[in-house]
Design a protein around this ligand. Structure first.
Ligand code: R5P
Length: 273
């Protein structure tokens, strides 16, 4: 791997543990003002010290993240469709490599839609982005998106989507946790991080997802709603860090979370759900 690319990756996949806690806040590019991300600056600010990277669009980066923030940026560079459409796969590259370099990004990320109507378009976009990433020393993260078909999140489908992403040159793949997640890891020759998906019912379920993913070989998480839609986002990300970087079990992390909640004020919902 070329020096610049390796150096950028090492900014957020921490060399001391080999793991990463990425904070995903790129939902607005197709979902609009998602609950508790209505004001990205207010949501992100308290979490920045605990994130190994933040995943955002250039719009949120420029408007809502101070340029002095000492946090690596994973720049979302695909888009072009919204939740108002049935088919979310009709994405293209929306942000240039030059812009990613200007914004001092540590990686660029795009969604790939394996099996969807615009599979070909998204896979060719990935391959072209990798060509540019290799030319400029910029890691490329492929996100195995499932659109509205959340039931696609099983080992058979995700193994295919992750492997195809790796074969086309992605340096890191972001996917979902699932039963038999070890099969997805085994079939993917590049590191994997897991998304959280829609908010889970309990804190325990979130921490068990993280612990399971790490135990089965993920290098980390790239999680959004289960952190910033929590009533206690900072204690939640700290508990996740304990699992990812300090080998805490889900149970130990839950104890840390409960203790931390007692010392922290609860986030009051800004607008109705
Ligand atoms: C979709 O908007 C993005 O790929 C998110 O970054 C990804 O789904 C992770 O966020 P969450 O943990 O909320 O699913």
């Amino acid at each position: 791997m070329e020096w610049g690319l390796q150096n950028r990756l090492a900014r957020f996949v921490k060399p001391n543990t080999g793991h990463t806690v990425m904070l995903a806040a790129d939902h607005g590019y197709f979902m609009g003002p998602t609950r508790r991300l209505e004001n990205p600056r207010a949501t992100l600010e308290p979490l920045l010290p605990f994130a190994d990277a933040i995943a955002v669009t250039r719009g949120v980066l420029r408007s809502s993240v101070p340029a002095i923030a000492d946090v690596p940026i994973v720049l979302r560079v695909s888009g072009g469709v919204t939740v108002l459409k049935d088919d979310l796969s009709d994405e293209a590259i929306t942000t240039s490599m030059e812009e990613a370099l200007r914004l001092n990004a540590s990686a660029v990320a795009l969604s790939v839609f394996v099996g969807a109507a615009h599979e070909h378009q998204s896979l060719v976009s990935l391959a072209e982005l990798v060509d540019e990433g290799e030319a400029f020393g910029m890691p490329v993260i492929a996100i195995t998106a499932v659109g509205k078909e959340l039931e696609k999140r099983d080992a058979r489908y995700l193994s295919l989507a992750c492997r195809v992403s790796a074969e086309l040159g992605a340096h890191l793949v972001k996917t979902y946790y699932c039963e038999e997640f070890e099969r997805v890891v085994e079939g993917c020759p590049v590191p994997l991080v897991v998304a959280g998906g829609p908010k889970l019912d309990t804190d325990k379920a979130v921490l068990e997802l993280c612990a399971g993913a790490i135990a089965k070989g993920a290098v980390g998480v790239d999680m959004g709603r289960n952190i910033w839609q929590s009533d206690y986002p900072v204690p939640m990300i700290k508990a996740i860090r304990a699992i990812v970087h300090e080998k805490a079990t889900a149970r130990e992390a839950l104890q840390l979370l409960e203790a931390d909640k007692k010392l922290t004020s609860r986030v009051v919902r800004s607008v109705p759900a």
